[in-house]
Design a binder for this molecule. Structure first.
Ligand code: HEC
Length: 183
């Protein structure tokens, strides 16, 4: 190129190639650009490992299931008060209620019915809650009623006034979680 400007000593070197009479300086990428570029690569490695490889996050399926249980729990809880057998069976298949019921059971009921629910069959005071024999009826609402009102003359306290309706339904859901819903 004959009429190309002479590079001054402060300029970067001019690259050799020429396109349509245009030449370019051999510029270094600015530091902020390089930092962003390499930073993005480092971030990507960490992100890829955490999200794709590490199993530290719950899977989408598990998150969906949890969320569905939570929604179901909110729906059932809002219908508390007129709980029927079907609703109690549903609660017994929902970890939100069963986990809460287990807590209540272990603090309030296990002293007589035992932690494994086997009751008198394993040396407890209250009857076995795992078998198919029910003194006061096998329907979920029967259990709810017994727990609520108790059988005072036989030594089963009335728990309704003590633990309230919500915990009552949860603890029944916990008992039912050990049983299969009759077809
Ligand atoms: C002080 C001991 C005691 C405690 C504590 C106790 N129960 Fe009972 N429970 C009994 C006895 C005794 C019976 C048997 C009543 C009968 O023979 O009619 C019984 C009966 C029952 C029944 C009916 C069983 C059937 O066959 O029909 C259920 C359900 C029950 N209990 C649930 C619970 C729950 C839930 C709790 C905790 C909130 C609890 N019990 C706490 C002593 C207890």
């Amino acid at each position: 190129m004959t009429n190309a400007p002479k590079p001054s000593p402060n300029d970067d070197a001019i690259r050799e190639h020429v396109f349509d009479g245009i030449q370019e300086y051999d510029k270094r990428m600015p530091n902020w650009w390089l930092l962003t570029f390499y930073g993005a690569i480092v971030f990507w490695i960490g992100y890829w490992f955490y999200v794709e490889q590490s199993n530290l996050l719950p899977s989408d399926g598990a998150r969906l299931e949890q969320e569905m249980e939570r929604i179901e729990a909110a729906r059932l809880a809002s219908s508390a008060g007129n709980l029927d057998d079907a609703a109690l069976w549903q609660m017994s298949r929902n970890a939100v209620f069963v986990d809460a019921g287990r807590d209540t059971y272990n603090t309030t009921c296990a002293s007589c019915h035992l932690a494994d629910l086997r009751g008198t069959d394993a040396g407890g005071i209250g009857p076995n809650l795992l078998d198919q024999t029910w003194i006061h009826g096998a329907k979920p609402t029967d259990l709810l009623h017994v727990v609520d009102k108790g059988v005072l003359e036989k030594g089963m306290p009335a728990w309704g006034p003590v633990i309230g309706a919500k915990k009552n339904s949860e603890v029944v859901a916990y008992i039912l979680s050990h049983h299969a819903e009759p077809k």
